[in-house]
Structures are given as C-alpha cells and as structure tokens.
Ligand binder design. Sequence first.
Ligand code: IMP
Length: 422
Amino acid sequence: MPVTAVVGGHWGDEGKGKVINLLARDADLVIRGHGGANAGHTVVNEQGRFAVHLVPAGIFNPRALCIIGPGVAVHPGLLVQELDELGAREIDVSGLRVSTAAHLVMPYHQMLDRAEDDAREERRLGTTGRGIGPTYVDKSRRVGLRVGDLLDARSFREKLQFVLDRKAHELAAVGVRRPEAHQVADEYLTYAERLLPYIAETQPMVDEAVARGRQVVLEGAHATLLDLDHGTYPYVTSSSCTVAGLLHGSGVGPRRLTRGIGVYKAYCSRVGEGPFPTELDNELGERIRTVGHEYGTTTGRPRRCGWFDAIAGRHSSRVNAFDGIALTRLDLLTGFAELQVCVAYEVEGQRLEYFPSQVETLERCRPVYETFAGWDEPLGGARGWHDLPANAQAYVRRLEVLLEAPVQLIGVGEAREEIVQL
Ligand code: IMP
C-alpha cells in the first residue's frame, strides 16, 4: 500500500493519531500536509502518551522520515517547544524535515485570530487561537512569510518590515498593536537557528520516496466537516482537510494515492462553535464526554458530544471516496442500553438524505434515528471480529452500509495494539 492518506470523517478528534501511529510503524515517509498547531494528535505507545501538534505522529518510528509539508502553517516557536518536549522524553526527532515552502505563523496572526473571533461576538467561530486562519489569509494575499525565508536573515528582516507596513490598517482595525519588526525578526531568527537542521527542500525527498514505491503515510489533520469547501462553513478551519487537500499540501500527485482511510469515532464530537445535529445537550452527552475524556488535545476545551451522524459521515465518505474506514473508540460505547445513529435529517416536515451546505439549513435539521441494542461486554481485549459481541458487530456492519465503505480497523482502546483489524 505505497501511499495511504488518513483523513478525519466528522469534525476532528476522531483518533487519527492512533491510526497514523499504527500505519507509520511500517512507513518510510510520513507527511503532514495542511493545518498547523491547531491540530492535536494523541499517540499512546510503549514510550508513553504523547500529544503532537505540528510534528507528524510518525515521529515515533525512528526509521521514518517525517515531513512537515508545504501546505502546513508552522509556528516555529511552537515547533521548537514540541521538539524540546519530545527530546526531553528521549524521542529521536532527527528524522524530521520542515518544508521551506511551508508558511510561518507570526505573532500578529495569533493576535488577529483572537481579536477577529472576539469581534464576531455571537457569530464567533471558537477558533483554537493558534493564528491559523490569518496565516492562510496572508498566504492567499501573497504577503505570507515562509520557513525558507528564515534562512536569509537580512532578507527576512526586509520582508517582515514590508509585510508589517502592509498590515498596519488591518491590525489597527481590530485594535491589535503593531509589533516592532526588529523584535519579531530577532525572535524568529533565534528559532531559525534551532530549526536549521530540519529545514529542507522536501519535494525531492517526497518525489524519490514515491517513485521508489516506498511506504508513505499522509497524515490528515482536523477533518472533512471542518474543510473550507466541504465543511460547515463558516464554522470550519482555514485549510483543505480532505484527501485531495492533503495530497495537494503534501506535494503528492493524486494518481499516486493507493488508499484513503476515513477515521470516524463510534460516536460524534465537535469542539468550537457550529451546527451539530446529533449533539446531546443532556446527561447522555455528559456521559459520553466523561467516559471518553472528551476534552480538546490542543485547547483543553470540553468537546460537544452526540450520536453518530451517518448523513454527515457519508458526505465525507463521498467527498473523499474513502477506500476504508477506521472506526475508533467503539469500546467507549459499552454499557449503553441503546445506541442511536442518525440516518436522515428532517427539516420542516421534509426528509433530507444529504448533508446541506448552508449552516442555516443544517441548524434546522432534526436527526432521524435508527436505534441499536447496546452491549455490556468491555471490548478492550478484542483483537478479531469474533471477539466483538453480536450487538457491536451489528452496529459496525450498519455503519459500513451507511458510510458506503468497508470498516478495516476498529479501535477498542487507546494503545496502538488495542485494535481489531479486518
Ligand atoms: P481554527 O482552526 O483554530 O481556525 O479553528 C476553527 C474551528 O475548527 C474551531 O471550531 C476549532 O475548534 C476547530 N478545529 C480546528 N482544528 C481542530 C482539530 O484538530 N480538531 C477539532 N476541531 C478543530
């Protein structure tokens, strides 16, 4: 399976870290292709429990080359911090490379992110505050600074001055004090010294690995329903979170893809604002949050929890043309007498079987549920299909039909080996 892309099927936090960690065990190359430190991938392995934000989750395989690709928004200070934390726990990070083409998240991006979201008042998006949206805005406006710019101190200072002059009005409009170019440059050039061994022209490395048929894992972040074009706009992140977006941001041509894996949790969660038709704003939702420890890896915010939404999930499956599904956290549904899965929406007396693109419509959608009998057996020890209770099997089989793709992996615990492979 030379090139495998792993992408989230709902609103993020589906357990991509675990799936990537599993696939990365045999990988030669792992690439992050989009987003930035707004992502948080949790990995539990023999070395412990880790949360990585910018560094690809493949870093735990010391034989793999791990690339932060051109499509990623990199805050060099956060990257240095992450490398220090990994180093302190004796994780070998020498296989990391950061693309010179990746854009830099600057301090004014983070300030703008928070100020702009606050200014939206009741229409706030609930961003992670990591400066991701404003970084991609500047990229599109062509006033972004890139990782490669850090390699020439004089020119970096000049470019930064030029950009800050251009942004003076924008910063003033939301009450952000314009930072001094020389201070920002001094800070960033210090990070550059630390990152120098990792900064590289990564495309030739990607091209070579793909041409030689090496095992490549493309590590998606966030998820399809947070995608700029296919998600619940404007309650989305600012990158393309689909398989296509991931290929693009990684520098891998679409014809090279061997398989796309969609990662879904056995229930749904969402962090931040925006419509979520199957949200359980009651004690059931609270129960899922508690048993699932559903608090953001990046921000620590409590996640909103609810039943599995197969209409939203099928939209993702179709947009990505998933070849297979990794269904995570099935073990957490143990002990529920009944489980519900949303199989259609009802809006003003009409049944909808597709995912509407306007959030105003989605906000009016009421879920139509199919009910499943629950199970009481703990699933943590299951390693094969026949280890799963019949009711859990029936639940999985129905999701496969609804998502129009076969379930290939089932997560039954946090650790890498707590998985059923089909
Ligand atoms: P931003 O990506 O920080 O701009 O945030 C935009 C929206 O996407 C907010 O609702 C965030 O909570 C959400 N978001 C961004 N990244 C992730 C993620 O990795 N998991 C879950 N939600 C995310």
